[in-house]
Design a protein around this ligand. Structure first.
Ligand code: G
Ligand code: G
Ligand code: NA
Length: 255
């Protein structure tokens, strides 16, 4: 299809770049790190990955896209550290294709070792759709390797997948990211969403897991989530995904 060939061209021409969206401690307002989100430079401007969703769903292509993201993120972190800037932990998204092969942990850990970076600079975000496409045992093996090395694991889009609670027991999950569909109506009239968010935050706290709310767009949502004890916030209210140079400026300005 057009999408796949556009993505292959972007890869070949080295036009795939990570953008970074801040993650904020809701209690203190301190920046904790960033999520790396795939963007590609197109002749008509920067495109979001929704325009290459087919590429991310293609096992072979998604592995190449993830590799390109890992290389970009590791080189950006190296540059920030060289400038004396503390960027916190950077989260990278794993695609289903990454878990179809047995070497996802090695692909990450070898790159870190080559760059001389500690595993504590990274988090890996996994959506629950990953568990639909392959054997849970294989996913578990990969996540255990990453976790033992010191990379934290976040369960993405929590609440929209299947068998979420089983995953919390089976996999080494450090963080759950409450899907933004539960956050978007939080500032509005009383809804089931606030009950669900309360329950997830409570569950996370009791399991010793960090809770993150995605898609926070308003001050009201941020303060409601803080009052409910949610640990971390992410969304347009705190910052849009931004290019690496803008991250340097933000960190130099002190957060
Ligand atoms: O950033 P944006 O809202 O356009 O992202 C759309 C979707 O693409 C989101 O679900 C996001 O998780 C996914 N996505 C963004 N960057 C990456 C990436 O680097 N790898 C993978 N596998 N998915 C990504
Ligand atoms: O599923 P995942 O968390 O990876 O999705 C990240 C996507 O969500 C990115 O494409 C990003 O552009 C988008 N996003 C980030 N913050 C917000 C927000 O506050 N509102 C909306 N609608 N989308 C957001
Ligand atoms: Na994500």
């Amino acid at each position: 299809t057009q999408m796949l060939s556009d993505a292959r061209a972007a890869l070949l021409e080295d036009r795939i770049v990570p953008f970074y969206q801040p993650k904020i401690c809701l209690r203190s307002g301190a920046p904790l790190g960033f999520e790396a989100l795939l963007r590609w430079h197109h002749p008509d401007g920067v495109r979001p990955p929704s325009s290459i969703s087919a590429a991310l769903a293609d096992p072979g292509l998604s592995v190449q896209l993830t590799d390109r993201m890992l290389d970009g993120v590791i080189s950006d972190i190296t540059r920030w550290r060289g400038m004396g800037l503390n960027v916190g932990r950077v989260a990278v998204n794993g695609a289903s294709g990454d878990f179809l092969r047995g070497d996802f942990a090695e692909r990450i850990l070898n790159r870190l070792a080559q760059a001389g970076l500690p595993p504590s600079v990274l988090e890996v975000e996994v959506t629950e759709t990953v568990f639909l496409s392959q054997k849970a045992r294989n996913v578990e093996t990969i996540l255990q390797k990453l976790s033992h090395a010191g990379i934290t694991i976040a369960l993405d889009d929590f609440g929209t997948g299947y068998a979420s609670l089983t995953h919390l027991k089976q996999f080494p999950v450090d963080t759950i990211k409450i899907d933004r569909s539960f956050i978007s109506r939080l500032g509005g009239p009383a809804s089931e969403d606030s009950v669900i968010v309360d329950a997830v935050v409570d569950l996370a706290r009791k399991l010793g897991i960090t809770s993150v709310a995605e898609g926070i767009e308003t001050a009201t949502q941020a303060s409601m989530l803080k009052a409910r004890g949610c640990d971390v916030g992410q969304g347009y209210f705190f910052g849009h995904p931004m290019p690496a140079d803008q991250v340097s400026e933000l960190l130099k300005a002190g957060g």
